[in-house]
Design a binder for this molecule. Sequence first.
Ligand SMILES: Nc1ncnc2c1ncn2[C@@H]1O[C@H](COP(=O)(O)OP(=O)(O)OP(=O)(O)O)[C@@H](O)[C@H]1O
Ligand SMILES: [Mg+2]
Length: 241
Amino acid sequence: MLLSVENLIVKYGNIQALHGISFDVDEGEIVTLIGANGAGKTTSLYSITRLPPPEAPRVISGDIKYKGQSILKTSPDSVVKDLKMALVPEGRHIFGNMTVMENLILATYSREKDADLESEYKRIFKLFPRLEERKDQRSESLSGGEQQMLAVGRALMTGCNFILLDEPSMGLAPVLKYELFRTLKQLNEEGMTILLIEQNASLALHLAHRGYVLDTGEIVAQGSSESLMNDPKVKKAYLGG
Ligand SMILES: Nc1ncnc2c1ncn2[C@@H]1O[C@H](COP(=O)(O)OP(=O)(O)OP(=O)(O)O)[C@@H](O)[C@H]1O
Ligand SMILES: [Mg+2]
């Protein structure tokens, strides 16, 4: 397994957010974690990438392994640089007063000196032509959907081969949602491993190979996307009947 989360218990102060969850992602897969508000989706991602939210979640017990080795003590920097995992956080967090291009350039800070960045910018502009049209525009003036594309493009510029996305469809018009999900599928076909967190279970299960359903800090269902889509309980609670 590329990534395995094992019996993870996580707290914020005295509040227990994850009650011993386990899930894994293999190389080349698209795996989704679905669940309602407060289920523990973002907490699961932050536990893996450890990018600091104001109050970081604390791992009480369990383990997170990358290729079989615990990464609980790996620095957030090293998760990006050495393990080549990149987070697209909830709410995007792009630098609004910088241009599209400056945001992309900033993401390359940890790259090797000989990385062929030019061809990667080209690749991102090919995936998201809107970003190329707007590359000198201040990012705060992009539409919500364009900002989401920039957040994905920025993650790609870290040179990652594993991308973790926190509700990328949030706030996007249907057309942009489908466009973004098509791009994720294309990235996966080119070899990118994807862990996708979504409240939009239908969209997520149509894209992913496998999924897990998270409910108040526990995994309550798991399996192939097809089996989850046909599971009466999942249908009723997450797919509108
Ligand atoms: N910084 C924090 N301090 C205290 N409790 C927190 C903190 N962040 C999250 N929690 C709690 O942990 C639980 C899981 O939250 P989390 O953000 O992981 O949910 P989520 O599944 O991402 O929800 P959403 O779909 O609303 O983004 C919730 O009960 C939440 O209130
Ligand atoms: Mg969340």
